[in-house]
Write a protein that binds this ligand. Structure first.
Ligand SMILES: [Zn+2]
Ligand SMILES: [Zn+2]
Length: 359
């Protein structure tokens, strides 16, 4: 698949030699406010899997993708792995004492980490979708993947794509900074608004300014190729916009990751977009409006699961619809609950950490 020819605006921080690390994302730049802004060339991206692919030095098996020498590459096999299936605060949630929180603490039901998917190639490359507060727990789940075990460096991913600026989706970036991993220019694909947020607000801007995170900004809707054999699309969705916009992420036109949306009625494209994918991970934050009696749930809008089941059940027979981003109050978190059974009866699945699906 040939990606769209896009005039992309990329924010590059650090030395000029980082231009080389961008592979086909090259261009000329000007300096502005301490950051190095580069407008990318208009040349179309290359056909997947052929020449010009950027190949890092960190994969356990070399040669599945050409490193620019002109040899024809074999295409990788990709899978998606669930590293986190909970709403931003995870299960159990800090300071919460619901029956579900206590069941998770006791081990009666499984713990759930902040929402995160890993896109994994059979050669060990890893692209994370969202980097939340539970990044260290995500690493433990990812370590069970056989392809990831073949990596020869300990850093468990080669890039990240973020959906939006709520803590369960980006706060784990701090693990990449000077006080922790001190990553070397980890590629981070985001919307233009999300890039502005990360480069302007402390403490995130320190991670960027110190060269640990390399922002690659796209104005959604946009399609780009992190590597020449992988295509990623950012699809705008309506969601609380305190600090950034919000996108769903489509990978190779096969998997849709949509952890947060305010309401299906506010997104007329919902059925078409979900129906275009063979696997869709969908926002299932709340079962009902009775889950947070001490809070005004109108301020934290999400579709309720029964509505989601009813709307999209007709799609479930021909594709995998996987519920994710479960709040710690959602009865679906308990596999023995009636609500969990209702989900399965409707033809949907419930995401669990470690679930792996081939793309
Ligand atoms: Zn969220
Ligand atoms: Zn959110």
């Amino acid at each position: 698949m040939v990606a769209e020819s896009l005039h992309l605006r990329c924010l590059i921080h650090g030395g000029g030699n980082q231009l080389d690390s961008l592979g086909q994302e090259t261009g000329t730049g000007v300096r502005a406010s301490g950051a190095r802004y580069v407008r990318l060339s208009a040349a179309p991206f290359e056909t997947a899997g052929v020449t010009g692919a950027r190949v890092g030095n960190c994969y356990g098996r070399r040669g599945s993708v050409s490193g620019g020498g002109g040899s024809v590459a074999s295409l990788s096999m990709w899978s998606v792995m669930v590293l986190g299936s909970a709403q931003d605060g995870a299960l159990p949630q800090f300071g919460a004492r619901t029956a579900l929180d206590e069941a998770a603490r006791s081990g009666a039901i499984g713990r759930r980490f902040s929402s995160c998917l890993a896109i994994v190639a059979d050669d060990g490359r890893v692209l994370l979708l969202d980097v939340g507060l539970d990044l260290k727990a995500h690493e433990e789940v990812l370590a069970t993947n056989q392809a990831v075990r073949r990596r020869v460096v300990p850093v468990p991913m080669d890039g990240v794509v973020l959906t939006h600026a709520h803590v369960g989706h980006y706060a784990g970036l701090l693990h990449l900074g000077r006080e922790a991993l001190a990553a070397e220019a980890m590629p981070c694909w985001v919307t233009t608004k999300m890039a502005r947020f990360l480069e302007s607000e402390a403490p995130w801007r320190f991670v960027v300014e110190q060269g640990h995170l390399e922002l690659r900004a796209h104005e959604p809707p946009a399609t780009f190729e992190p590597w020449t054999d992988l295509s990623v699309s950012l699809i705008p969705v309506p969601h609380r916009h305190e600090a950034s916009d919000t996108v769903a992420i489509s990978v190779n036109g096969s998997v849709l990751y949509l952890p947060d949306i305010d309401a299906w009625d506010e997104w007329p494209e919902a059925e078409d977009v979900i129906g275009a994918h063979s696997t869709a991970f969908l926002d299932a934050t709340f079962w009902s409006d009775a889950e947070l009696p001490h809070r005004d749930m109108a301020n934290i809008k999400h579709p309720f699961v029964p509505d989601t089941l009813e709307r999209f059940a007709h799609l479930a027979s021909t594709r995998r619809l996987v519920l994710t981003h479960l709040n710690h109050t959602n009865p679906v978190c308990d596999p023995a609950s009636d609500e969990h059974a209702d989900v399965l009866r409707a033809g949907f699945e419930v995401a669990t950490e470690g679930l792996t699906i081939a793309l």
